[in-house]
Design a protein around this ligand. Structure first.
Ligand SMILES: [Zn+2]
Length: 426
């Protein structure tokens, strides 16, 4: 039992610790939150905005279809309407030492937005860890089941997902799964849906954390017997036979590791040094798999990535990201089975939008006027300005703003963009 506590950094016995961790999660973790990271996230988000601008998705309201634009296209870009002081606030967060913007639209999309997503997943990670600590504190156990299927490069994501969801429904609603949950004394489950792109195309998969109230000898073997049931559900949904990777059960150590890493951005690109490291325009995909945000990375750097014996370049990355964005719009990434949160003593569920909106205590250090903000957007300089503030301090804000009208976005050697011009658009 100590493994999971070590991994998650939680004490098992006190609710206070759990609460504190959840509180801390309201602001981003310090690790990996440097200035480069902010520049990179804004650059990737801009790519998501470009890819999705002009596209709509359909949402039913009162039985009528409505065409909606993707919220990420406005995120951290469009000011909220505020009559008394239009413009954009520049915030300083004393806890992390970081800078940010206030009075802007926040999309809260964990699928689409490289700025909102890390905030949301960090918060959810702390919740998962708190839930795990609560279970382990009762001397319980956690196992992790991963479900996927064989997919091929020419299977469109829409078709693939439709069948996958069908298989998932059959499996979870089936007698075998319910019996297994009862046998292992499951208090509840947390489902996490994820997708990567690799040699064999889109790779959707679901991780199911099974939280049990006591330790069950042989829990992995017991759950492993569900393999046949999953295989049948997949075949019945039209997806063909699963291979050895299609169904996987792991013990608590693995589950703990998964929770500890949940939402951490894997880096295909060593961004800050992307251009120094290699003169090549191609990078090797991590284990041959790209995350959707890696696709935005390809767009932001105009640098292809090798996946198997293919190179995914910007044009393909754009199509792939759009295909993905359409399919995952409105879907829930993390799902807790009914009543589980209450049983684990977790506070009320905050929506992704609420989590993405709150960044902890902050001071307003200045306001950027609407005209100045237009310049910032023209220069695609949202991330750079925050990085400059991080480097030169809050007193540099007026100087930075005074420079804006003079800067030419087509001149990558502009004085204060020089160090940060590793991304397209400057
Ligand atoms: Zn956003």
């Amino acid at each position: 039992m100590s493994a999971i506590l070590t991994h998650t950094g939680f004490q098992s016995d006190e609710g206070a610790v759990i609460h504190k961790q959840a509180e801390r999660a309201k602001r981003p973790a310090k690790a990996g939150e440097g200035q480069d990271v902010q520049v990179r996230r804004y650059a990737m988000q801009r790519e998501a905005q470009k890819v999705l601008t002009g596209f709509t998705y359909t949402r039913k309201r009162d039985g009528v279809d409505h065409g909606c634009t993707y919220r990420v296209t406005r995120c951290h870009r469009n000011p909220n309407s505020r009559a008394w002081n239009p413009g954009v606030d520049v915030m300083h967060y004393p806890d992390t030492g970081r800078y940010g913007y206030g009075n802007l639209v926040t999309c809260g999309s964990t699928w689409h937005c490289p700025i909102c997503s890390p905030k949301i997943t960090e918060y959810r990670r702390a919740e998962l860890a708190a839930g795990a600590a609560s279970i382990m504190g009762r001397d319980g156990e956690i196992a992790m089941v991963t479900l996927t299927y064989r997919h091929s490069i020419d299977l469109p994501l829409a078709e693939s997902l439709k069948a996958f969801y069908k298989a998932r429904e059959k499996f979870f609603a089936g007698r075998a799964f319910k019996d297994a949950m009862r046998d292992v004394g499951a208090v509840g489950r947390v489902y996490s849906t994820e997708v990567t792109f690799g040699v064999n195309g889109w790779h959707p998969h679901i991780h199911v954390l099974v939280l049990c109230e006591k330790r069950i000898p042989g829990i992995v073997e017991r759950l492993a017997r569900l393999r046949d049931q999953w295989a049948r559900s997949v075949v019945k949904s039209g997806l063909g036979l699963i291979n050895e990777h299609g169904f996987d059960v792991r013990n608590g150590d693995y589950a703990a590791e998964y929770i500890a890493k949940y939402g951490h951005e894997p880096a295909v690109f060593t961004w800050s040094a992307a251009h120094e490291l290699t003169k090549s325009h191609v990078k090797q995909g991590r284990a041959g798999n790209l995350t959707p945000f890696d696709l935005l990375g390809i767009l932001a750097t105009r640098q292809g990535v090798e996946v198997g014996d293919r190179i995914i370049g910007p044009a393909e990355a754009e199509n792939l990201f759009r295909e993905y964005a359409v399919q995952f719009q409105g879907r829930q990434q993390l799902y807790w089975s009914k009543g589980l949160r209450e049983q684990l003593g977790l506070e009320n569920d905050r929506t992704d939008e609420e989590v993405a909106d709150g960044e902890g205590d902050s001071d307003i250090i200045g306001t950027i006027t609407s005209d100045e903000w237009r310049e910032v957007l023209r220069l695609n300089g949202r991330g750079q300005i925050l990085a400059m503030l991080g480097k030169y301090g809050r007193q540099a804000l007026p100087e930075i703003l005074a420079l804006l009208p003079k800067l030419n976005p087509n001149r990558p050697d502009e004085p204060w963009f020089r160090e940060e011009n590793k991304f397209r658009g400057y």
